[in-house]
Write a protein of this length. Structure first.
Length: 100
């Protein structure tokens, strides 16, 4: 009878061990899938970062071109329209000092 009980315990331990191994395999498979998803997300993030960097470069280039266009337009304006903003009242202050 003791032998039968020992065999039953061994059989139960074997079942539990197989269940445990199955559970470990399932968890390992799940872990592998998650790891793959993480790597995929990292790649997607790197792609998005590269796209954003390209857009930033394009925007910076557009800004530079716009600034250059403004400078060119400013240079093309007649010089008489620039004088009041450049000199303004600078000449007047020296005239007033001489009168005193």
């Amino acid at each position: 009878k003791t032998r039968e009980v020992m065999d039953m315990l061994d059989a139960e331990e074997d079942r539990e061990l197989e269940e445990f191994k199955t559970k470990v395999d399932e968890l390992q498979t799940s872990n592998d899938k998650l790891q793959f998803e993480i790597e995929d997300l990292h790649l997607m993030l790197e792609d998005k970062e590269r796209e954003l960097a390209k857009k930033d470069v394009a925007v910076e280039e557009e800004l530079r071109e716009a600034q250059q266009a403004l400078i060119a337009m400013d240079k093309k304006r007649p010089s008489s329209s620039r004088k009041p903003s450049e000199g303004g009242s600078g000449g007047d202050s020296t005239d007033q000092e001489e009168e005193q």
